[in-house]
Design a protein around this ligand. Structure first.
Ligand code: HPA
Length: 260
């Protein structure tokens, strides 16, 4: 089987894997060079099967830079996706909202990002067989898929937006002054993942669709509450069915769907 779509399931979002008619499921520990996930709520399996009639490979559990991995380790699975034949990468994550109109539980389809993580997975000698030295980032997030996702959300009465994701190192959450800064520089949502994988996916010429599930509201400052990882997971799990609906809708579209 050649998966056409690679899916990365973020914090609290592993249940989507249950919708996959699974042919094979492989523990990360059995795959050469694959790191092993250390974070709560990340299952640590690569799942091959069909979702909405499309052959997919899904990572239940991703790797974060804050866990101590190098950026090359964090993004190794994206290189594996490419080698397997994947054309489209779908990423999901939990994120804080720095936009007063975006509430906990809402979905945000990422239309652009601001990367302030301290390292870049493309740093170092470039292997031209994998992609160009200076990959362009103008068309990073697939516009057609964002429009389709917004349309699907509307049909299913799901509160959804398109927005700018700001990537931070973590693992601490941010101070009020930091959230305010992020809001001012144009972030709608903030989180600790996704952008390294996006950079590598674009470097290797794959299309990208990414969705944040808002777990906590960080703006205006009066609305910030203390947030634990359990709060994040609980809120994301409440919205998980919305992500499942949108992803399945994107793949299973009547028009032969996600391919251009
Ligand atoms: N900040 C950074 N990452 C996050 C947050 C946040 O507020 N919520 C979920 N992931």
């Amino acid at each position: 089987m050649t998966p056409r779509v690679g899916i990365v399931l973020g914090t609290g979002l592993s249940q989507l894997a249950q919708d996959i008619e699974s042919e094979v499921s492989i523990d990360y520990g059995q795959i050469p060079h694959f790191p092993v996930s250390t974070v709560q709520s990340h299952a640590g399996k690569l799942i091959f099967g069909k979702l909405a009639g499309v052959e997919v490979v899904a990572m239940a559990g991703r790797f974060h830079y804050y866990e101590g991995y190098t950026m090359q380790q964090v993004t190794f699975p994206i290189r594996v996706f490419k080698a397997l034949g994947v054309e489209l990468v779908i990423l999901s994550n939990a994120a804080g909202s720095t936009n007063a109109d975006i509430e906990a539980g809402d979905l945000v389809f990422i239309r652009d990002h601001i990367n302030i993580q301290p390292e870049n997975p493309l740093r170092g000698p470039n292997d031209e067989r994998l992609g160009p030295r200076f990959p362009d980032m103008l068309h990073t997030y697939d516009r057609d898929l964002i429009w389709k996702a917004l349309d699907l959300a509307r049909q299913h009465d799901i509160r959804a937006h398109s927005g700018v994701y700001l990537a931070l190192q973590g693992p601490n959450l941010e101070t009020p002054a930091e959230y305010q800064f992020m809001q001012r520089i144009g972030a709608d949502v903030v989180g600790m993942s996704t952008v390294p994988e996006v950079l590598v996916a674009r470097h290797s010429g794959m299309r990208v669709f990414a969705v944040s599930v808002v777990s906590n509201k960080c703006f205006p400052l009066e609305e910030i509450k203390e947030t634990s990882v359990d709060d994040v997971i609980a809120m994301v799990q409440k919205s998980e069915s919305k992500v499942r609906e949108v992803v399945k809708g994107l793949l299973g579209g009547r028009d032969g769907s996600f391919t251009k």
